[in-house]
Design a protein around this ligand. Sequence first.
Ligand SMILES: Cc1cc2nc3c(=O)[nH]c(=O)nc-3n(C[C@H](O)[C@H](O)[C@H](O)COP(=O)(O)OP(=O)(O)OC[C@H]3O[C@@H](n4cnc5c(N)ncnc54)[C@H](O)[C@@H]3O)c2cc1C
Length: 493
Amino acid sequence: MKISSIVVLGAGSAGLMAALTLKRKVAQLAVRVVRSPDIGIIGVGEGTTVVFPRHFFEYLKMKPRDFYAEAEPTWKMGLRFLWGPRKEFYYTFSFEFEKRLHELSRNNGFYYSDECPWLGHASAFMAHNKVFPRRPDGLPQFHNNHAFHIENKKLVAWLENRCRDHGVGILDATVRAEKGGDGIGSLVTENGEHITADLFVDASGFRSELLSRALGEPFRSYQDALFCDRAVIGGWPRTEEPILPYTTAETMDAGWCWQIEHEHFINRGYVYSSGYISDDAALAEFMRKNPKLATAPRVVKFRSGRYERSWVGNVVGIGNAVGFVEPLEATALQVISVEASTLADSLLDSLCEPTPSLIRLYNRYNGDQWDDIRNFLAIHYKFNTRIDTPFWRACRADTALHGAQDIVDWYRENGPSVLAGVALVHPSNSFRMDGYLALLAGQKVPHNRPYHPPPAERNFWRQHCRNLAAEAQRGLDVKEALQAIRSPGLKWS
Ligand SMILES: Cc1cc2nc3c(=O)[nH]c(=O)nc-3n(C[C@H](O)[C@H](O)[C@H](O)COP(=O)(O)OP(=O)(O)OC[C@H]3O[C@@H](n4cnc5c(N)ncnc54)[C@H](O)[C@@H]3O)c2cc1C
């Protein structure tokens, strides 16, 4: 069937990103969004990965200037983990563990030690609270190995404005689905109006109105790998605290806590397992760790997993309506970017007449990316030895590694070698072998091949670390870089 009209159910980040992506890439499509003012949006999701800026500025070719002015993001270079036996370790978007300096015989991962907790520019800058190198004229030397922290309200407002600019209609109505043909016949409003389309995008959040409730697609739980099912969220207005260029992920008694850095607000959230701690005890621990909390903490419940298929008949699920994993690597907006772009590319490539094999491929590709994230998060739980509580003992004993098992086996025998990366990690896995090496080495997972570099290599590596630190110290911090992008003379490329 030829697709010329699309109705997106939901106007959270997922619905609006899908609508904007589809309209911007396939201009001839009629795209409408239906959202319920009564149900509202989940209103969380403030950390991103590099896939997010690349989606908007490279794939969709949106203007960064408008985005910075309206969404007011800060830059995120990666994560600082307070996790495992080290005081801290860094996870960057710059693939620093797999790189090899030509003066050295092995990839960087083999030289990593507590003596120098950074391996490249990104981690050195993070360790010194800097975000961009300083050019001779004092302005930032921008690069694209960063993601963003963005307040959800501002992101949704920016997306809504861009949707309207592109002629996407937004209708306020709470609807129920009526089945028809090989999927959904129409969405019916409370006034009895029937809304029809050739394709429905289900972006209705955890309610999964179309994919699950109407079409009954089976759910595949991730609970054997990810035990957390709740988060308590709060924060406080920033006063004298520096704006850190990363998200912090900190081990807690029955889960972990994020710290996300907005320009004027610090956002904290404790992700925990209700099987190991009550809401009241989690709240008490959260408040103890965060005495500055100024907003009333709220509890959000979730379950980790994904629906078997995301494209079923004339329905394509995007965002929480099709899957969810906790935000330990802040991947939801990344997944939404990939889901939206693969849908737009599928329609473009098929001249809006998608074939059964294309739909099967779409389902396989998007299912795989959810499973990849589950596998990657599993190693965060399996090997975190920082504290000894019933929750963490259970994680170390019982977390199922699924597709990460082969990578862990490789690491245990061969150390932080990148050699098997292409064979063990498929090309569309966004973490790559590097991400696994960062987490395994970061958590000091034991392996059989410690490397003792000869003195010449050791000296070279020490000098390399000192050079990186010196460069980082000269860089701009987030506050200075925000001032720079607001200076009238700045040329945007
Ligand atoms: C604790 C927590 C922390 C998170 N942190 C991050 C993070 O740091 N980074 C990240 O990338 N992601 C994060 N996420 C995930 C992220 O918040 C979501 O993936 C993202 O906001 C997308 O949500 P959504 O649009 O799918 O759903 P929602 O925001 O829930 O939107 C659903 C939409 O559907 C509409 N709707 C539903 N039913 C109907 C109906 N019957 N009729 C009409 N309209 C209807 C609603 O009105 C709403 O507009 C986090 C999630 C949680 C739970």
